[in-house]
Design a protein around this ligand. Sequence first.
Ligand SMILES: [Zn+2]
Length: 281
Amino acid sequence: MTLPWPEGAHCLVNITIDYDGLSNETGKNLLPVGRHSHGRYSAKRGVPRFLEIFDKHDITVTFYVPGYDAECFPESVLSIAEAGHEIGAHGYLHESFDLGDEEPFYLRKSHQILTDLLGKAPIGWRNPGGGKSDQTLRVLRELGYIYDSSEKGSDWPYFPVLAGEQLTDFVNLPDNVSSLDDAPFYRESFTPPSEVLEQWKQEFLMAYQEGAYFDLILHPRMGFGSGGPARAKVLDDLIAYIKSFPGVLFQRQEETAHWCLQNPDAWPSRRNPRTRAEVQA
Ligand SMILES: [Zn+2]
């Protein structure tokens, strides 16, 4: 069954890049040198390489940037925004752990750093690989965010439920960190890039046949990321493959979120019947 996406598209694609520079190791109290220096690659090589690929294909995407990385590499982050890509928030020191009572402080801190650097507040957030709490959504909404790309309860956008009430001013744009994320392939199994490309082609083909939402996650760093030449070529080849299908729309996630909020009747009732699994707090 074909369902309507924006502009009558048959399949909606969000490419998302988690910057994950020095914050990743520094947040774990590791000195980012030697074998802990993979994060430096994002600013020096990975981001410029990704930007070339997106420019070649004439698409704009969403980058999630930890506040600490924006402090370390402001020119790099500004180059992303100047190329027309969206910047979303991704923690301060890539806190891939539960922050407890300090969570609101770090959400606000990273929000302010990005706002000051870009002259524009981020409206999207992705958790840095770790915990959310019953405070997360409340604080994000206070700060003006309209979407979260951290939930895994569906492969379609859906409204969260907060304190028993289904929100209609905030949307989950789910992220698949199992099979549409480079990190598990390169960190856990060291899968050859050619096999990763085949996996993602298969994932896209099935999503396309469902007329679905396709959110791909990559990292511009070394180590578990795709910043290097052969792994970045997977991104290049996959975009070319996706573009060979008719009716595919590439969007930044902020565009998708706005569309979802402005067209609540076009989704999600048919696509995502409310379940208890959607309740977040
Ligand atoms: Zn990350």
